[in-house]
Design a protein around this ligand. Structure first.
Ligand SMILES: [Zn+2]
Length: 578
């Protein structure tokens, strides 16, 4: 108890350290919490064997340390601020809910501004995976004179440090002979860091948390070894990946393995949270149970995927696997970067790995079809479109649009023509372009699937309506929000090309007949920029189409905001005792 009180004391000191930043009072938290929809996930686990149920418990237990990694990646004082908050008496449930909602001490308020709600510094683009608050120009200047350090510093699973950190990192490495043996040149690279910047692998930066999580992965593997060898191998390999800082072994067994009833997304993959260079991956963990029946139906619709790749407006085409690993799952629990209401994921991202093994697609069914979430979409849709389109939206549309968005990540160029990964070529634009391409491929493929008879007229229309829904923004996106920005870009392009039109009442009329041509022309531009690795052209396309005007976008946004009872979604999990 004494230790807890001391931590609370520390947090209070930080009020003065950061001057104006004060903790939010109930008057500030209430409007946010009133706008927060709580979604609770509790998929059935009764059909699992005793070994599988034990594995689920171990996988869920691995989530806690991985969650702590994510929170400290986001903010350097996240964990101390949380411990102080947790120790407070009386308990501030409102602040605990906000921390849970944003996985750290930074809120996105009702005006889409990011503000600390606990006494900590405001967030910075570097987050805590570079020296806190470092300017991009400083790192770039260093790299021009230290070319040899570039790969290490821009690696997706390293934390960038500066000279003052050298003694601490040398001491940490000295305490871990296993990591020193696996990373033989690391000691020398840390020492060389006294000349400016250097990088250490996540394996060292988050060693304690990864050990704890890894222990649970091994227990889960042991529990299913006799009945699901592929899953057991994957879990054991991923635990080793945490030490080697190289995910190839775990990723290969994840993508290529055929698992029975369980799956899990374990590790750091997505780079959306890195607002400095867009290259650092942030920790995630999802525990999933498979919907066997829906998975089988889905795999049947995937025949003919090569013909869709071949029809894409770019050259030269790739050879795509016909048997893409895709599954329909129910979410048991999500942690870190994966926590929220994301409906699907396709992983991994590293080109050197996806070229050899492909990627696995995880459709998250209990989120995709959650009735409370669909009702929110329907209300916004009705406010934004002309009355004759009010009934166009169908729940099926979102499932198929999302499925083909994920498959879209499989299609198109995976490197530019000079052989660079697109992340390196397009830098902070790379994620935006990857998502934009996938959205457009999904709409492009809809025509082909309609021709082949996989989509009937109604489903085609559902998918097309879903494609428009996707572009509707309630708030002006911030620079650095790749999904929202690329959705806005699509809307403006669709307006320019006459797929969308504003009616007299300021609502959107949809000219479905224009869909094929407009989508194909935009997709062609996007694929050309990716294939050329043309960063200036990528910047130019974003600048031209990310316009937000008062009379059009803000008015539509206001109309949609007026329908919303909820702005935020907080997901709770039965598996966590919630
Ligand atoms: Zn995507």
């Amino acid at each position: 108890m004494l230790r807890r009180r001391m931590l609370a004391g520390l947090a209070l000191t930080s009020v003065t350290a950061f001057g104006a930043v004060r903790e939010w009072g109930p008057d500030q938290t209430r409007p946010i919490l009133e706008k927060t929809l709580v979604v609770r996930l509790a998929p059935g686990l009764d059909h699992l064997s005793p070994g599988e149920r034990k594995a689920v418990a171990e996988l869920v237990a691995a989530g806690a340390p991985l969650q702590r990694i994510y929170e400290q990646q986001l903010h350097r004082h996240a964990l101390t601020a949380y411990r102080a908050l947790e120790a407070r008496r009386p308990v501030r449930e409102d602040l605990l809910s906000l921390y849970r909602l944003w996985q750290g001490p930074i809120a996105t308020d009702l005006d889409n501004r990011r503000e600390p709600f606990l006494p900590v510094e405001p967030t910075v683009p570097s987050k805590n995976v570079y020296p806190w608050g470092v300017a991009k120009e400083r790192v770039e200047a260093f790299l021009t004179t230290h070319e040899a350090a570039r790969d290490d510093i821009l690696n997706g699973r390293t934390v960038v440090r500066e000279a003052a950190d050298v003694p601490r990192d040398l001491a940490a490495l000295a305490a871990r002979p296993d990591l020193a043996a696996l990373h033989p040149s690391l000691k020398a690279r840390i020492r060389a860091g006294s000349s400016g910047f250097y990088a250490i692998p996540y394996a060292l930066a988050y060693a304690a948390e990864l050990d704890e999580a890894g222990g649970h992965l091994l227990e889960a593997a042991r529990a299913v070894r006799s009945e699901d060898e592929d899953l057991a191998d994957y879990l054991a390999n991923r635990r080793r990946d945490f030490l080697t800082n190289d995910y190839e072994s775990g990723d290969a067994s994840w993508i290529m393995g055929s698992f029975r009833n369980l799956n899990a997304q374990i590790g750091s993959f997505e780079t959306y949270d890195d607002e400095l260079f867009g290259v650092k991956s942030f920790m995630s963990h999802s525990v999933l149970v498979r919907d066997a029946e829906r998975t089988r139906t889905l795999q049947a619709t995937l025949r003919g995927i090569q013909s869709i790749e071949d029809a894409l407006p770019y050259e030269p085409h790739r050879r795509v696997r016909e048997n893409i690993p895709v599954g329909v799952y129910n979410v048991v629990a999500d942690f870190g970067q994966a926590r929220g209401t994301n409906t699907a994921s396709i992983l991994p991202n590293e080109a050197r790995i996806t070229r050899r093994y492909g990627r696995t697609i995880l459709l998250r069914y209990n989120l995709m079809t959650h009735p409370d979430l669909f009702a929110i979409s329907q209300a916004a849709w009705t406010a934004a479109v002309a009355p004759e389109h009010a009934g166009d939206l169908g729940q099926e549309g979102s499932f198929y649009r999302t499925l083909w968005h994920e498959i879209g990540h499989y299609l198109g160029p995976d490197r530019d023509r000079s052989g660079r990964d697109l992340d390196q070529a397009l830098q902070e634009d790379a994620d935006l372009f990857a998502e934009l391409k996938s959205d457009l491929v999904s709409l492009f493929a809809a025509q082909a699937l309609h021709r082949s008879g996989d989509y009937d007229d109604a489903r085609l229309k559902d998918v097309y309506a879903g494609g428009i829904l996707r572009t509707l923004q309630k708030n002006q996106p911030r620079r650095g929000q790749p999904y929202q920005t690329m959705q806005l870009i699509q809307m403006n392009y669709f307006l320019e090309k006459g797929l969308l039109e504003l009616d007299g009442a300021g609502r959107l009329r949809i000219h479905y007949a224009r869909y094929p041509e407009v989508v194909a022309s935009m997709l062609e531009k996007v694929l050309a920029i990716q294939a050329a690795g043309d960063k200036p052209a990528a910047d130019a396309l974003i600048d031209r189409y990310d316009t937000w005007t008062e009379e059009l976008h803000e008015r539509l946004g206001q109309a949609m905001r007026a329908t919303e009872r909820y702005r935020y979604r907080l997901v709770r999990y039965q598996a966590l005792g919630e």
